[in-house]
Design a protein around this ligand. Structure first.
Ligand code: UD1
Ligand code: CA
Length: 488
């Protein structure tokens, strides 16, 4: 059966179990809200489930339900939230999930909120196997290097006879290395009947969802086990070590995908790319680069080393070196860095430059304009072809309100100027170096706003007699230096 058949007949429901405490995370944040590749684990589980286009998608919450519920309302409003009041086991979790669904018929897929690498395609394949084999239950299984802690798959001919939990397993069963991933497709009738039959008479005193398999078999249903070779997809997260391992693996998979698409990644070990990032062919990522959120990078651009971009759009052939940027747009062919800090609302035009030790915020900088050194540009609208001299400060804040500074096309702001907002420099104007500009400058004007320079002759000889400075002054004067134009 192909995936198109799956889309013809959608499953009745997917139930994602996410009520567990996640005690070993030792966190104030519920486990499923911890992130892998920049997305919460619960949102990744929802994404995988969405690949099946289920008629209904239920997330069972318990511990930290307010936080998980609020997060889902924001990122996945189509999800139905079911509450499991007490965590009595996986069977009870699914019972709580089904309680919110009436008139169920067809298939129910069950997954967990803490299995972040599970792909939607894997669920689609599992469903196809389930339909092809006409199973009552199909279990996704895997062979893992260390099966400790997992439920073991006990096979009988070409079926799964039962699943035995670590705590309940006999010695020979503990040696079985095919494990239960905790991901299943159930026929809804077999599931409902099986859940109703559960008891907690086991080593952990829990209602085991896995006991539904025994019930299905005893009532003549077929139970299949589909072994997934890519076992890493089935691995969960119980502590911070596993969280880091899943992040490393998710990142490795994302980088591989981009490398296949034509992106150069010099050092995959120190390059991090979130799942929501979009890269074009011939992008180069240098070591220490982290691309987060909805960042996109166009063809030919080079990012890094040591650069973090969060929700940033980078144009073709741009270069971004040793930079931290958030919610910014960097135009085609522009250069940023080294050591630049682009805050939200920065838009650098094509061919523009933001250089070393420059901070920008809500700054729209036109094509070909340059802010090359040591500047603060906040609440600025800068035209095209402008040069902002070294050390220029856009004084946008008077302690109460923020105001905007406008600098027109092809104007030139000399070094160490302060532009006190609100103020407007017209197109084609000059600001002399060291000026403090408090009123607007017209087209073609030169604004000079600084103290007039006075040179007081003989001051050193009078005030610092006998100093090394005085000695040098005397020597220079004897050699005829310091004779000004107007002294002649
Ligand atoms: C379960 C399976 C085991 C399998 C393993 C895979 C059972 C009895 N055992 O183990 O065979 O190898 O998953 O990880 O099903 N949860 C709830 N409510 C509860 C209990 C759990 O929502 O009352 C959720 C957890 O948040 C988690 C998932 O169910 O997302 C699995 O729970 P966990 O305790 O990790 O699995 P086990 O029961 O140990
Ligand atoms: Ca458990």
């Amino acid at each position: 059966m192909s995936e198109s058949d799956v889309s013809v007949t959608p499953v009745a429901a997917v139930v994602i179990m996410a009520a567990g405490a996640g005690t070993r995370m030792k966190s104030a944040t519920p486990k499923v809200l911890h992130k892998v590749a920049g997305a919460s684990m619960i949102s990744l589980a929802v994404d995988a489930a969405d690949a099946l286009s289920p008629q209904r998608l239920v997330v069972v919450v318990g511990h930290g339900r307010e936080q998980v519920g609020a997060h889902l309302a924001e990122v996945a409003p189509h999800v139905v939230i079911a509450v499991q009041e007490r965590q009595l086991g996986t069977g009870d979790a699914v019972r709580a999930g089904l309680a919110s669904l009436s008139g169920l018929s067809g298939e129910v897929v069950v997954t967990s909120g803490d299995v972040p690498l599970l792909a939607g395609e894997t669920l689609a394949e599992l469903l196809a196997v389930h339909r092809h084999e006409a199973n009552a239950v199909t279990v996704l299984t895997a062979r893992v290097p260390d099966p400790t802690g997992y439920g073991r798959i006990v096979r009988e001919a070409d079926q799964v006879a039962r699943i035995v939990e670590q705590a309940d397993a006999a010695e020979d069963e503990l040696r079985l290395d095919e494990i239960n991933s905790g991901i299943y497709v159930f026929d809804s009738t077999a599931l409902t009947a099986g859940i109703a039959s559960l008891t907690s008479g086991n080593a952990q005193g829990e209602f085991y969802l896995t006991d539904v398999i025994t019930h299905a078999r005893s009532t003549g249903g077929r139970v299949g086990g589909w072994l997934l070779a890519d076992y890493l997809q089935t691995e969960g997260v119980n502590d911070r070590i596993q969280l880091s391992e899943r992040n490393v693996e998710a990142n490795r998979r994302i980088l591989r995908k981009w490398m296949i698409e034509g992106v150069t990644v010099l050092d995959p070990a120190t390059t991090w790319v979130h799942a929501g990032v979009d890269l074009a062919a011939d992008v180069t990522l240098l070591p220490g680069t982290s691309l987060e959120g909805a960042t996109s990078v166009a063809a030919g651009a080079t990012i890094g080393p040591d650069t973090t971009l969060i929700d940033v759009e980078v144009g073709e052939n741009a270069t971004v070196t040793r930079t931290h940027a958030e919610l910014a747009v960097i135009g085609a062919g522009a250069t940023v860095g080294p050591f630049s800090y682009l805050r939200p609302g920065t838009e650098l035009g094509a061919g523009g430059k933001i250089g070393a030790f420059v901070e920008t915020k809500k700054a729209v900088i036109g094509a070909g304009s340059k802010v090359p050194h040591l500047a603060y540009c906040g609440d600025a609208i800068i035209g095209a072809g402008v040069n902002i001299g070294a050390g220029t400060i856009f004084a946008n804040y008077d302690g109460v309100t923020k105001s905007t500074t406008i600098v027109g096309d092809n104007s030139f702001v000399g070094s160490d100027s302060v532009l006190v907002a609100p103020v407007e420099i017209a197109p084609g104007a000059y600001v002399a170096a060291g000026s403090t500009i408090t009123s607007s400058v017209g087209p073609g004007e030169l604004a000079v706003a600084r103290g007039q320079q006075r040179n007081i002759k003989g001051w050193v000889a009078r005030k610092r007699p006998g100093s090394k400075t005085e000695a040098s002054a005397r020597e220079a004067l004897e050699q005829g230096a310091g004779v000004q134009e107007d002294d002649k």
